[in-house]
Design a protein around this ligand. Structure first.
Ligand code: BGC
Length: 354
């Protein structure tokens, strides 16, 4: 018995020591989809700064929305000694070969913001609650139009995200689940008739693509009728819709939703063109991922708060979901300026601090 206790104590000491192993000098790869959209620059640079501060070596790459480039970059990170790679994929299922290599070499893979699909090599997923993003947008429209009490009917149009991005379906569904009962009851009418995800999706989340489709939809409103709300899944698609409305619509300005609180969007919000955006504080997500990586290196249990939702076609990936909130004219100063996320320029518009 004494011997057993002694062995147990020795084991505890060894495990304790393992948990204290320093991550100093360990190498981490960060693969972001593009520099074109503001948020990914912030995600990348926040994480890079936090990792460097904690003593890691960092390889941060942006892939110009080019799947092959992202595949090459991640492969190089793994071959060059990164022990953990953090990936926000351009297309969820396009990195299979790199993920196989990660698995072969024992490299941990964290899917960042967007789930990596069709692979059992994904160790963890860190994101904002994507379904909740859609719920927040749908609830905003419901409240602003007072759908439970107002007589209506109201005209709604819908613009969703990239079908290659697993998030896009969650955003769409979260909002549609709020709005569907009102469509069924005839209180919300989609004059274009385009409701299904496949019809309203925007490949690549591109503003121009959203704008072209919005222009085509506006032909339904040539009769002088108003659009009351336009559900847009994010800010880049909302921007396309706003451009189309500015060019080709004379009716009352609709309630337009978005996501990310991009600086371009905040200017539109202040100017009364976009009613709301969902704020996903990228500092929170970045800090969470840096924490998870620390836990991986130390051999500690990794923080997750969802182990059932995100099945990628091969496995259900243990996930950490952060909570999104909405920003509108009433609260943006507190959320974005007082918190130091942005600063105001001389004209009174939010900009990223230098
Ligand atoms: C992100 C959004 C972003 C969109 C376009 C999504 O995966 O969750 O924040 O607006 O991609 O980049």
């Amino acid at each position: 018995m004494k011997k057993f206790v002694a062995i147990l104590m020795a084991l505890c000491l060894v495990l304790g020591a393992c948990a204290m192993v320093s991550a100093e000098g360990e190498k981490v790869g960060i693969s972001m989809p593009t520099k074109d959209l503001q948020r990914w620059n912030q995600d990348g640079s926040y994480m890079e700064a936090m990792f460097i501060e904690a003593g890691y070596e960092v390889d941060l790459q942006y892939a110009a929305n080019d799947e092959q480039q992202q595949l090459n970059q991640v492969t190089n990170m793994i071959n060059n000694g990164c022990k953990v790679v953090i990936i926000a994929a351009i297309t969820g299922d396009a990195l299979g070969n790199a993920l196989d290599l990660a698995k072969e070499k024992g490299v941990a893979v964290i899917a960042y913001d967007r789930l990596l699909m069709e692979s059992d090599a994904v160790s963890y997923y860190a994101t904002f609650d994507n379904y909740m993003v859609g719920t927040v947008q749908g609830e905003y429209i419901k409240k602003e139009l007072d759908l439970d009490n107002a007589e209506g009917p109201f005209n709604l149009e819908i613009t969703a995200g990239d079908p290659g991005d697993n998030n896009a379906g969650y955003f769409y569904q979260g909002a549609i689940d709020v709005l569907q009962p009102y469509m069924d009851a005839g209180k919300l009418i989609v004059k274009s008739g385009e409701i299904e995800f496949a019809k309203v999706a925007t490949p690549g989340w591109k503003s121009e693509t959203a704008q072209n489709r919005a222009n085509a939809i506006l032909a339904n409103y040539d009769d002088g009728s108003n659009i009351d709300a336009w559900l847009c899944s994010n800010d880049s698609t909302a921007l396309g819709v706003i451009n189309a409305l500015e060019d080709n619509y004379d009716g009352e300005w609709p309630i337009i939703t978005g996501q990310d609180c991009d600086v371009a969007t905040m200017a539109k919000m202040i100017d009364g063109k976009q009613a709301m955006s969902v704020f996903k504080d990228t500092r929170t997500l970045a800090a969470q991922v840096v924490k998870m990586v620390g836990q991986i290196f130390k051999g500690e249990e990794v923080d997750v708060n969802d182990t059932t939702t995100y099945n990628n076609g091969k496995i259900t990936v243990p996930s950490f979901l952060c909570e999104p909130v909405f920003a509108n004219l009433d609260n943006w100063q507190a959320l974005l300026i007082d918190s130091g996320y942005y600063v105001l320029n001389d004209a009174g518009y939010p900009v990223v601090a230098e």
